[in-house]
Design a protein around this ligand. Sequence first.
Ligand code: 8DG
Ligand code: MG
Ligand code: MG
Length: 143
Amino acid sequence: VAETAGSIKVAVVVCLLRGQNVLLGRRRSSLGDSTFSLPSGHLEFGESFEECAARELKEETGLDIGKIELLTVTNNLFLDEAKPSQYVAVFMRAVLADPRQEPQNIEPEFCDGWGWYEWDNLPKPLFWPLEKVVQDGFNPFPT
Ligand code: 8DG
Ligand code: MG
Ligand code: MG
């Protein structure tokens, strides 16, 4: 791997589960444009993973989280960018505080819209770090 200047960032990724479905949105971003990804965002100074997950989900979808727990972490290198970056992505599993609450597309400049999808029938193409962790056998649903 080539040496690249730049700091390593921490992202929190939310697997929001409702019954057999998970929430995904189509990205509008230089990173993974038009691919489907889980709601996510950057960990801010002083935040816990749980606080970051709840804040990002609220900012991007208006949804309020109930129970939340840590699942796994991935390490992703984005080298094919004008500004190469590396992320440690912390995956959290969450459920809604009120399962009847529906997602709103609050940041339409970053997302085409949110929808519920079955894990065995995920939309394509997936954001590549998500595709990778799925290929590795990751499944956010409790066994
Ligand atoms: P913010 O300014 O609101 O804090 O951040 P954001 O604009 O909402 O960031 P984001 O792109 O939604 O998420 C931060 C980064 O997380 C994203 O650019 C790349 C990284 N990331 C990984 N793996 C994964 C993954 O599996 N899913 C998602 N959604 N993001 C991931 O490294
Ligand atoms: Mg985001
Ligand atoms: Mg965000």
